[in-house]
Design a protein around this ligand. Sequence first.
Ligand code: CAA
Ligand code: FAD
Length: 386
Amino acid sequence: MDFQFTEEQLMIQDVARRIAQEKIAPSAEHFDQTGEFPLDNIRLLGENGLMGIEVPTEYGGAGMDPVSYVLAMIEIAEADCAHSTIVSVNNSLFCNGLLKFGTEAQKQKYVRAIAEGKEIGAFALTEPQSGSDATAMRCKAVKQADGSYVINGKKSWITSGPVAKYIILFAMTDPSKGAKGITAFMIDTAKDGFHRGKTEPKLGIRASATCEIEFTDYVATPDEVVGTEGEGFKIAMGVLDAGRIGIASQAVGLARAAYKAAVEYSRERKSFGQAIGSFQMIQAKIADMKCRLDAAELLTLRAAWTKAQTEKHGGRFSTEASVAKLTASEAAMFITHAALQIHGGMGYSKEMPLERYFRDAKITEIYEGTSEIQRMVIARNETGLR
Ligand code: CAA
Ligand code: FAD
């Protein structure tokens, strides 16, 4: 693994940092308080190639590699976690999914607008009764004599559901086959039979809009099937491997923001006549935060590097992605908690961003597979047992 970044990687990191610091960080508190969707900021990110970082330029993206994606995501998440959720779903779940499994016609038709940030993409796997146990889905797609599918059912917790133009949907086409009876579809939210529920009120990442979606006799044509019939679960899992690197990057960026704030405050805040950073108990916190932050960042970069290698030579990077996601999300929880504690009463106040960091961190341990599911993936892969 090369610890030197290339000129292109540093360039996209720089672009992301500039937009993150100039536009996103100053508006983060507003979007957190109002829960409004930050459409102008998302459009700006899209104009600068950040909504389709790994998408080849011929489909409207920046044509960069997985390490560039991680570097850009960290910068955006450091400014605001909620923005980075929208960026992550667009990039690694929607665009990556279609690029990997879509037909040429599907790539031409659906990727460009999403990669350019003119439209928003989403990914719908979870249902009210099936989250971790994704194959227990009930949303059904029934094949008709003309080859089209009629879709009925609900999906819950869909990030960007309230604003998405296109959604990659997973539905059961043959319940008797379990995981092998699931098929992926490209959904156009403007078509009849698609409905959005109310936007969920959430603890954190409040600017990222999430809702339930419902299908009533929605008709998908054969050319709207992504991959082949019955291949949907493998597509979902493969796409989530990439997505988990995005969430790991998000956790690193958020943790870095909290860590920097804590170090600065520990130097400035005086207690018992000295800077609180000179107390051993605060120093121990800073040292533990630094170790977890660096471990999270390095493991996330390793996952991105492994993904780039497997793209050249084939294979999976599930373990590296889950190790990165698990380590980084737990680091984000630990670091935002410690950073808030170092700020004392001010950490609890809405006048500082620490309480927002703390609220935002929690989601990284839940979505795209909970910490328990990451441990399951890692241990199954390591032991070969189930
Ligand atoms: N890549 C390719 N194929 C994979 C795979 C991967 N990473 N993981 C599993 N598969 C294949 C298996 O090889 C198996 O195929 P074969 O039978 O041909 O070998 C098939 O998929 C079924 O696998 P399992 O038997 O392991 O499936 P399982 O039912 O035990 O579930 C699980 C495994 C890891 C728990 C999985 O269900 C899972 O990841 N659950 C979490 C769901 C999740 O992460 N949801 C996220 C929703 S999106 C989101 O959250 C977005 C957001 O917030 C922003
Ligand atoms: P459950 O699966 O019911 O789990 C409950 C608890 O039991 C968890 O602690 C879990 O780890 C534990 N558990 C379950 N099974 C096991 C096991 N075998 N061993 C040990 N412990 C276990 N989904 C999408 O499809 N698209 C999205 O865009 C999306 N965005 C989201 C955005 C937000 C803000 C949230 C909160 C969720 C989002 N999700 C999305 C759904 C998310 O992926 C699920 O919430 C997550 O996978 C967990 O599923 P669940 O909520 O049903 O919890």
